[in-house]
Ligand binder design. Sequence first.
Ligand SMILES: [Ca+2]
Length: 249
Amino acid sequence: MLYSTEVLTDAPSYYYRLAETSGTTLDNIGSVDSAGDMTANATVDPQSSLIASDTANGSLKFSWNLPCFRASTASSFSQEPMTVEFVVTPVTLNGFGAGDAYVVTCGNSGADGWSISWGHTTGVWKFTSNGVFDYTFSSATNAQVGVKQHMAFVLDSAHDVSLYQNGLLAQKVLHTVAPNATTANLQIGRITGGTAGMEGIIDEIAIYGTELSAARIFTHYVASLDETNQNKRFRGRKLRRGEYPVRLN
Ligand SMILES: [Ca+2]
């Protein structure tokens, strides 16, 4: 099944496919909000889809030395439980101004809402309930330059955050307090109210007002791969890519 079909099956509140080829409006096909504004120097890149099973569908490039972000026009939505899912390939691990490299945020720094970032030069992933707690993940999951990662952060109703990387649960970090409610806009590639951003390519950002199950996250990851014909066989032998029969009509 197509990646986008799997995502939509789980009814995301926001879903930015980043399929645009030009312009400054990005379509949201989730259930909350309408299209948003790309308010600065991000680049829509139709050539760089991070979804191997759908290479015709583009992505979004950010450069931290050209502070750029994309904000939705909507405000608050259910934050707990919640799942934030995206595919990202860092171009560098530097954060703008040597701060964290912010990837997806919804809230005001140090005050309310949440943010997802990796550490400047370290690549350490972090989910922050702003002003409340840093959920810092193991170095085993670090972002790496030029390496594509399918990421899903699940904030559950017990205030814990589970990080799934490439379809599998990597780590669960516990906490006892919920994030502070926010009315801030959702932003991609930059922190709210500041300049700290990330340099990299991001694709297929989906945010759900539910806890996605491990099984669904794994299914999403598999659908992101170019394995459409992986189970096809011919005379008992599993076919390798490039060997699939072509039907001529
Ligand atoms: Ca895309």
